[in-house]
Design a protein around this ligand. Structure first.
Ligand code: ARG
Length: 570
């Protein structure tokens, strides 16, 4: 149950007025405080404290209120009955969404024939969590791994392969499409080196660059040999992506439809653009002008066809909008990419509006910050290269191994790896999404403080109490709540509200900080309220076991929303 919302609604209903409910950090005088008297005083022609005095009896009448008192300039503090807290905490969490939306979620968005790098971490981890949260809140989500599989990088890779193997059949004038391609298999380790090498060469070798441009355009227009070769290396890349998705424990994507799929819809999209006279010729290319008179910042046009007749990234996103419109027809599309793509999405959303595909308010781009090293520059490996996703995972695994050794605990490799993953993911989720952060494998794997391992450890601790005890919690009754038990239950009753707020604000740090605070409450409770000790009264034990049970359930749910797994032991 969403305790905050319940209390807030009840008070507003009782007073016939929309007041603001606050949750004081110090609960000594009340669990909630309302500013109702202060807001209503003026129109009531009374001073706030006096009005608060009038409102007090009304609030005290509410059956969940233990007592209400006046504080400061006219706040009303409200203390909730223990019994009400106890019963509410025990209710199953059921979210009824009166307004479920269909949401297309565009995250991950890996590029084929390029290995995943650190830049793909946040889109994957955060995107997966938003997707889980949206589903939890009752929305219908459709996730898109909008892969980069149709642009200039494809031309570069093919040009590179041509340079390495000019004799391969894909490059011959008379291409035999009945050929058995299996012997042209390219292992992923090798494939991953092609794009960086080609891109490097293209910087200085204009002829090579030109060749790549031509190949890109020809590939897109259906050149049989290039397409056959493309079909040789795409599955290799897709397989590597799938391995990473499994490794970082994010949900499988509903769709792996990217630029190439979108490009199939070029005809209907071009038709719309022509009908609306939105395409303009410019230096052999065709562009869409999206600038408005009111713009103060530069707003370049969107390229639809480049001068070689190929469709660039910008254009494929317009077609992807069209595809989503005719398939899912979503209420909302959320894109999650590096903040450097801000302009791209601004342009895209303007095209969406000009073409009537989607109103701008249904489109949302969340741009996240960069993950930096201690020097404040984008994180690099020891040898100074941009860190690959696998390098990062390996680094965190190593740091976690050291931590485990230090702790003297007997923890097997599999668990160590799940601790490492939790460390990596939690650290990402707890940072403000829109800002850069500094990544340090050592500190994120600490078993103490605001870290993934601490969260998992708390859950494991609760679970081990549950496993050790044979106390049945179905008939647990409330005897009396100590301060720590009470605080924990109130913390648990804030879960639903937090998930909602985290989603509304598109802020995973709200959820991560909540779970950290919750773990603090759990550990204080655990420390101060003995459960299985012999001298504990049986009924108190049953009551505390019930609290352990509820806390574990809620914690498991949040941990799951963050895409982490609770190990059996730790
Ligand atoms: N593949 C792109 C990249 O790695 C991100 C694509 C984001 N999604 C989109 N619909 N444009 O930068």
């Amino acid at each position: 149950m969403n305790l905050y919302k319940f209390v807030s609604n009840s008070i507003n209903e009782k007073l016939g007025f929309d007041a603001n409910l606050e949750t004081p950090k110090n609960r000594e005088f009340g669990d909630f405080a309302t500013n109702a008297a202060m807001v209503m005083a003026k129109s009531a022609g009374k001073n706030p404290r006096e009005l608060a005095g009038d409102l007090l009896p009304k609030i005290s009448e509410l059956d969940f209120v233990e007592n209400a008192s006046i504080a400061g300039p006219g706040f009303i503090n409200i203390k909730i009955k223990d019994n009400f807290i106890w019963e509410s905490a025990d209710k199953k969490i059921e979210i009824k969404n009166p307004n479920p939306l269909t949401i297309d979620m565009d995250y991950g968005a890996y590029n084929v024939a390029k290995s995943l790098h650190i830049g793909h971490l946040r889109t994957s981890i955060v995107g997966d969590t938003f997707n889980r949260i949206a589903k939890f809140l009752g929305h219908n989500t459709i996730s898109y791994n909008h892969i980069g599989d149709w642009g200039r990088s494809m031309g570069l890779v093919i040009a590179w392969i041509k340079k390495l193997h000019p004799d391969w059949p894909f490059f011959q004038d008379k291409f035999n499409s009945k050929l058995d391609y299996s012997k042209y298999y390219i292992p992923v380790q090798e494939l991953d080196t092609y794009y960086p090498s080609a891109a490097e060469l293209a910087k200085t070798d204009e002829e090579f660059m030109e060749q790549a441009r031509v190949i890109t355009a020809e590939l897109q227009k259906g050149h049989a040999g290039y397409n056959a070769l493309y079909n040789v290396f795409i599955p290799v890349s897709l397989k590597a992506m799938e391995d990473v998705i499994k490794k970082i424990n994010i949900m499988p994507f509903d769709n792996t439809l990217g630029e190439r799929n979108a490009a199939k819809y070029i005809e209907p999209v071009e038709k719309i653009l022509r009908e609306k006279h939105l395409l303009e010729k410019s230096d052999g290319a065709e562009i869409i002008v999206v600038k408005k008179d009111s713009d103060t910042a530069p707003m370049p046009p969107v390229m639809f066809y480049n001068s070689r007749g190929a469709v660039p990234y910008d254009a494929t996103d317009i077609m992807a909008l069209y595809y989503r419109k005719i398939t899912d027809n979503p209420d909302k599309i959320i894109y999650l990419t590096d903040s450097r793509q801000k302009l791209h999405f601004e342009q895209l959303f303007r095209v969406a509006e000009l073409t009537n595909l989607f109103p701008t308010e249904n489109l949302e781009h969340i741009g996240y910050g960069t993950i930096n090293g201690a020097d404040g520059k984008p994180f690099k490996t020891r040898d100074g290269n941009a860190a690959g996703l696998n390098d990062i995972i390996e680094m965190v695994n190593n740091a976690a191994r050291v931590r485990v050794l230090e702790s003297g605990k007997k923890i097997n490799n599999e668990i160590t790896e799940s601790i490492a993953l939790a460390a990596l993911k939690f650290n990402d989720l707890m940072h403000d999404l829109r800002s850069d952060y500094i990544f340090d494998p050592e500190s994120v794997t600490s078993f103490e403080g605001r870290t993934g391992p601490y969260i998992l450890y708390t859950a494991v601790r609760l679970n081990s109490v549950l496993k050790k005890s044979n106390v049945k919690t179905n008939n647990s009754k409330l005897v009396e709540l100590s301060k720590d038990e009470r605080n924990l239950l109130i913390g648990l009753l804030d879960f639903e509200r937090t998930v909602q707020v985290a989603f509304d604000n598109r802020a995973t740090d709200i959820l991560a900080n909540y779970v950290y605070d919750l773990c603090q409450l759990v550990n204080t409770f655990y420390h101060n309220c003995p459960i299985l000790r012999d001298d504990v009264d049986e009924q108190i034990r049953a009551q505390r076991m019930k609290i352990v049970q509820i806390a574990f359930n809620t914690l498991s749910t949040v941990i799951d929303l963050m895409g982490l797994k609770i190990p059996n032991e730790m």
